[in-house]
Design a binder for this molecule. Structure first.
Ligand SMILES: *Cc1c(COP(=O)(O)O)cnc(C)c1O
Length: 360
């Protein structure tokens, strides 16, 4: 079989070692006679799996003790509503930074609950950069400040953490969590859908500072209240057990591979390889401002969009899958999450060079 490299933005490539371990444990987890999928979430086997997953996640991100880690469902899209429902805490407005499609969706949803102040936007340059904090118009009375640390579709990543003083900072880290070390203590709340850089779809991670809990809007559904899940160790109802198990295998693997500092070095090397080639080429172009280029999601365009289809077909034949850009962005996008080996990026660049030659 040809070696396959999967550049999907999400659900995305998982570490081969994790898939192999899951295969080996599929029918009989550690002599229990059961698949993890078949276990009660309240049994000692699964409780052990969940505790280990949380402990490893905490260790990887060095999460302080006054933060809760929640294993939820509903995707990052549910967080667009849960954040305002829970974090307004008697206030009426929140600040949002608009840097692309995902932050735009978060803004639209928040407007159902709060008066939203768009404190900064990169709409003026088609969302190809992250506005510097010096131009943000923050409101000192805002309940929180929300931003998307990596815009998965546009490929725009913040390489710095905003300073919002006493106003809690909220980040959608769906597509760059675990790609580099991050100082969690700078945040009030971090959330991430698992299907980009963690594990299978169906699991959503939330890290929330404890003092922000307990003041949800009165009409908040029980399942949308962070406190419900915090008070029940994410076991108020049935959590996404199998997705949690796979995520736990990924966390354990990342620890064995040297943690997030090691991931960051790998991700700098991988994305650098592709960006260096894009910059050297006059056939391919990266639309994103240099200082805000994502290490995870790299959109690029061909000189002539009429060649897009041939490019994708040739890539597919070489085992380079899912390179088509998001339908709203067009062009190509290569997602280089933790689980993408550098060999995959080397194979992509080699193909891109060959494709240019073929065009003469
Ligand atoms: C994928 C993604 C989402 C949406 O995630 P769902 O789990 O599909 O709801 C939100 N924000 C960002 C940054 C994403 O990459």
């Amino acid at each position: 079989m040809t070696q396959i490299y999967n550049f999907s933005a999400g659900p995305a490539v998982l570490p081969k070692a994790v898939l192999e371990q899951a295969r080996d444990e599929m029918l009989d987890w550690h002599g229990s006679g059961m698949s993890v999928m078949e276990m009660s979430h309240r049994g000692k086997e699964f409780i052990g799996i969940a505790h280990q997953a949380e402990a490893d996640f905490r260790e990887l991100l060095n999460i302080p003790a006054n933060y809760k880690v929640l294993f939820l469902q509903g995707g990052a899209s549910s967080q667009f509503a849960m954040v305002p429902m829970n974090l307004l805490r008697g206030k009426t407005s929140a600040d949002y930074i608009h840097t692309g499609i995902w932050s735009g969706k978060a803004i639209d949803e928040a407007q159902r609950y709060a008066s939203v102040n768009v404190a900064a936007s990169s709409a003026d340059r088609k969302f190809t950069y992250a506005p510097d904090q010096s131009v943000w118009q923050l409101d000192r009375n805002a309940a929180y400040v929300h931003y998307v640390s990596n815009e998965t579709i546009g490929g725009v990543e913040f390489n710095w953490i905003p300073d919002t003083g006493d106003v809690p900072l909220v980040a959608d880290m769906s597509s760059n969590i675990l790609s580099r070390p991050v100082d969690v203590s700078r945040f009030g709340l971090i959330y991430a859908g698992a299907q980009k850089n963690i594990g299978p779809a169906g699991l959503t991670m939330v890290i929330v500072r404890e003092d922000l809990l307990g003041n949800a809007l009165a009409a908040t559904p029980t399942m949308f209240n962070y406190r419900t899940h915090a008070e029940h160790d994410s076991m108020y109802n049935t959590p996404p057990t199998y997705a949690m198990y796979i995520a736990g295998l990924v966390f354990a693997l990342l620890k064995r591979e040297g943690g997030l500092a090691a991931m960051e070095q790998r991700n700098i090397a991988k994305s650098g390889l592709l960006y260096d080639y894009l910059d050297a080429s006059d056939f391919y172009t990266s639309p994103v401002a240099r200082e805000n280029r994502s290490r995870m999601n790299i959109p690029f365009t061909l000189r002539d969009p009429a060649l897009d289809e041939a490019f994708l077909k040739g890539a597919q034949q070489r085992g380079l899958l899912q390179l088509k850009g998001h339908k709203l962005a067009g062009g190509m996008r290569a997602s280089l999450y933790n689980a993408m080996p550098i060999e995959g990026v080397q194979a992509l660049v080699a193909y891109m060079q060959d494709f240019v030659q073929q065009q003469g």
